[in-house]
Structures are given as C-alpha cells and as structure tokens.
Design a protein around this ligand. Structure first.
Ligand code: MLT
Length: 267
C-alpha cells in the first residue's frame, strides 16, 4: 500500500492506493472514519483490482478548506481527485454508508465516470425531519464540547454484538479513528448528511451493474431497507453478510472480498 498526497480543489488529500492491474475501485469511507476502514480490501483485493481509497475533506489526514461541504460537493471532489490522478477509464464506485450517500450523487453528477457500483450498508432515502434535527443537535454539541462523546455513542451501533464481544482489534482501531477525527469534520459531516437529497427516485434509472452488501446485524442501515433498495435497482444483486453489523467490510473481510471478486469477474 502506498499513501499519496493529492491536491483536490485547493485541499491536500491523503489517498491510499494498492494494486497495479485490473479494474479501478474507488473506496469511499463512512462517517466519521477514514480510508483505514478499507484496510482488508486494500490488502486482500490488490491482486484483483487497482484500489484508490481517499480520506475525504477534513477526515483522516486530508485537509479541509474550512467551508461546509455537501454530498454533491464531495462527489465533485472525488471526480477532481480522479482527474488529478489521471484516471481516464471508468471506475467502480464502492462506498459505505455516508460513502454510499455520496455514491448516489456521484452517479447523478458523473455517470460517465462509472462502470459499476458497490454500495455497502447504506440507504437511498433522505433523513426524516427528526433524524435531521438530531444531526444538527449533534453538530452543535460537538462544536461546543469537542469530539470525546462521539466514539462511545457510535461504536456500539457500528458493529455486530459478536464483533464487540470479541473485542477485536478493528473495534479499538475504529474508536481511535473516531477520536482523532476533528470536531469540525464531525459537525460538517452531520450537517451535510442532514441536508442530503433523497436518491430513491433515481434508483430505477441506475443502469450500472450494482452490488449491494449489508451486514445482517446492521443497526444503522438495516438489511430489510437495503433489500428494498436493491429490488428497485434493475441490474443489481444483494449480498447479506452474517455476523456483521454496519462495518461489514471490516467485520467479515474474507466473505466481503470474495463477493467483490465474484462481482468483478461476472461483469
Ligand atoms: C456512516 O457510517 O457513514 C454513518 O453512520 C451514516 C449515517 O449517520 O447515516
């Protein structure tokens, strides 16, 4: 794996890359995380694909120019990143949760850039007014109090109970990533997700091969909701991963990677 520094619309982003040959997989992390959530894919898929895993604006080791972003502006930044990296061939967009919300926008704004999509533990519907209000309150709180309360409140929801009980390294590592995410990135992420568009009206028009992956114990974006989304996208398949919660690529990496390899081979 290599870490590059890439200038993206005036911000210096850190981008992890791996693999030299094959289709290009753009791996877009969830909230409030960074590219490390793809560590098993960066290692295990590198002989099957070329992997590009950025830290989004203000997350991980990427800079932020201080302005509020949106799912749409992050999609535009990902397009600029691919331009900066001189990627010309269509890519496979692979996003988890917030990375999936950005993925719908990426499809809407940059359809020609894509050859397929892998949407993990995500949803297409916008927030209800109550959920959006909760996000605005969290944004205000984190700006006032700092980020210490975020990991303890989020981690139990991110993983399947069995992953937490096993107290695996990935749980500790994810806590560390959340603790090192700035209060400002967390606030902006929440406000951007609260304001995101509803993508449900786009689903029937998505004409790309699409793989949906969800942990059967996902408490944030439940499998039943992903099944409805997958049933609406014409050329799609759904993979439900047992013993995984919201962080399916981290919790069940071997099963996740084999399913992705089969999808790459099938297209
Ligand atoms: C994520 O994993 O990106 C977040 O849980 C998404 C969300 O808060 O809706």
């Amino acid at each position: 794996m290599e870490h590059l520094q890439v200038e993206v619309q005036g911000e210096r982003w850190q981008v992890a890359t791996a693999g030299k040959e094959g289709p290009i997989l753009l791996l877009v992390h969830g909230f409030p995380l960074d590219h490390q959530m793809w560590k098993h894919q960066l290692a295990g898929l590198s002989s099957s694909a070329r992997l590009i895993a950025p830290d989004l604006s203000g997350f991980g080791k990427s800079e932020s120019n201080g302005t509020q972003f949106s799912m749409g502006s992050l999609a535009d930044q990902l397009d600029s990143l691919l331009n900066q990296m001189q990627v010309e061939q269509p890519v496979i967009y692979c996003g988890l949760s917030m990375g999936g919300y950005i993925g719908w926008q990426f499809w809407h704004q940059h359809r020609d850039r894509l050859s397929a999509m892998i949407m993990c533990d995500t949803r297409a519907a916008a927030d209800s007014p109550e959920v959006a209000r909760g996000r605005e309150m969290m944004a205000a709180r984190v700006r006032e109090e700092g980020n210490q309360f975020v990991a303890p409140s989020m981690v139990p929801k991110l993983f399947a109970p069995s992953t937490i009980d096993a107290a695996t390294e990935v749980v500790r590592e994810t806590e560390q990533v959340i603790n090192s995410t700035s209060a400002e990135a967390i606030a902006k992420g929440q406000l951007a997700m609260a304001a995101r568009s509803d993508a449900t009206g786009w689903l029937a028009k998505i004409d790309l091969p699409t793989l949906f992956v969800v942990g059967t114990e996902d408490a944030i974006t439940p499998a039943a909701e992903m099944m409805l989304v997958a049933n609406t996208v014409p050329n799609s398949q759904l993979c439900e991963l047992p013993h995984a919660g919201h962080m399916s690529p981290l919790e069940q990496p071997e099963a996740f990677n084999s399913r992705v390899i089969a999808f790459l081979d099938d297209r």
